[in-house]
Design a protein around this ligand. Structure first.
Ligand SMILES: [Zn+2]
Length: 400
């Protein structure tokens, strides 16, 4: 006997009495079978319920609800007590987790309204839907979707929500079915269940819905993307949306306070700062270039041609970019150089020259034995430990 599904006629039912009829498994996970249940089993894009069963052996947590191919509802449990079989045949009290169920009802009823609005405004049918625990999406037959479309749809959806239109459940006979203007055709031929949002939409569905459209709470489209010739629309409704808006408001308030401007001025302020940073960065680049030119003008006239060992040069208070630029310019001018500089409490070096084999040999034979760390091919860059060897190099640098 299949479990009687109490939620089909009352989505708001959270407490119920039932009989535990069997222990079973669903996809290798232990499960409990009841004669009746208010737990919704995952199907039609809606997630399964969580909750608790009070049994004579104590409470049992239900982590998920699933339905198998025969139509049997499985209440999944994480662990099975050794004596659980003793509880089979006893009465249990079920308690469906309110927050998840209520959230699902908002997303699901919101999805009906969103799909119907897209149909009404753009003749765009919904091909599939997924109501996730954080994000919900529908795929609609509309190749292009714009910001203006989003506003238009949201306006219509929220108007229907604020109308608080009754949401009704129908089980029509085949002759009655013909009288309903259905948005999509049923996929089953028996026990067809219709969800009607008064004066707006009627569609077959087995999920849990709010009793009127107002129960959905506000709904917004949170994003969209092209998907296999369709548009995948992301949306949120109800408490979930309010939480999201609250978090985003908090971030905006933080930014406004950080910049010392009103929240409306944050985008302009950030844009101005971005331009300012670009200008400063250009100025800095040109100042670095001037600095390098100046240092080279001081150094180069005194450098004698030398090929087998590098000119050892100490650079005072450089910044890392200028340090590299100097090494590059001197190597390009044909000099074999070892630049040394103290930065952030470390003795940094760059070894560079026109002949890579000489660079590699000096690194291997002189710097590595001193404990140099670092690497590179044509340019070897790294750190020297502050020991007597590196002190000798620094002294040589004074007398290059
Ligand atoms: Zn539905």
């Amino acid at each position: 006997m299949l479990t009687e599904r109490l939620h089909l006629n009352d989505s708001y039912l959270e407490h119920f009495e039932a009989q535990l009829v069997a222990l079973s498994t669903w996809q290798y996970q232990p499960s409990l079978i009841l004669d009746r249940t208010a737990f919704y089993a995952e199907s039609g894009g809606q997630l399964g319920d969580r909750g608790q069963l009070e049994t004579p052996l104590g409470p049992i947590l239900i982590s998920d609800t699933q339905i198998d191919e025969t139509g049997q509802v499985h209440h999944l449990v994480q662990t099975v007590a050794a004596n659980l079989a003793d509880a089979v045949g006893t009465k249990v009290n079920g308690l469906v987790e309110h927050e998840k169920r209520r959230d699902m009802m908002s997303q699901h009823t919101g999805q009906h309204i969103l799909s119907a609005a897209l149909d009404e405004l753009f003749n765009a049918a919904t091909v599939s839907s997924r109501l996730g625990s954080s994000s919900s999406t529908i795929d609609v037959e509309k190749a292009e979707f714009s910001q203006a479309d989003k506003r238009k749809v949201e306006e219509r959806v929220n108007q229907v929500i604020m109308d608080s239109r009754p949401v009704r459940i129908h089980y029509p006979s085949p002759s009655e079915l013909a009288k309903f203007p259905l948005r999509k055709m049923p996929t089953v031929s028996e026990a067809i269940r219709l969800i009607e949002i008064e004066g707006f939409d009627t569609t077959p569905c087995g999920g849990t819905h709010c009793k009127d459209s107002g129960g959905v709470g506000p709904l917004l489209i949170t994003g969209w993307e092209k998907y296999k010739g369709l548009t995948r629309i992301h949306f949120q409704a109800g408490t979930r949306l309010l939480n999201r808006i609250g978090e985003r408001e908090g971030v905006l308030d933080q930014l406004a306070s950080f910049f010392g401007v009103g929240w409306q001025e944050v985008p302009d302020h950030v844009q101005r700062q971005k331009v300012q940073i670009q200008n400063l960065s250009q100025q800095l680049g040109s100042m670095r270039s001037d600095l390098v030119n100046l240092k080279l003008a001081q150094l180069l006239p005194d450098l004698q041609p030398k090929s087998d060992t590098p000119h050892i040069i100490r650079v005072e208070s450089p910044d890392p970019v200028a340090f590299r630029a100097m090494a590059q310019r001197m190597a390009e001018a044909g000099y074999f150089i070892l630049l040394l500089a103290e930065m952030d409490g470390k003795l940094r070096f760059i070894l560079e020259g026109p002949d890579p084999s000489l660079v590699a040999a000096y690194h291997r034979e002189t710097l590595v034995p001193l404990g140099a760390k670092g690497g590179g091919k044509t340019r070897i860059e790294g750190v020297l430990p502050q020991n007597s060897g590196s002190q000798t190099l620094l002294k040589q640098a004074l007398n290059f």
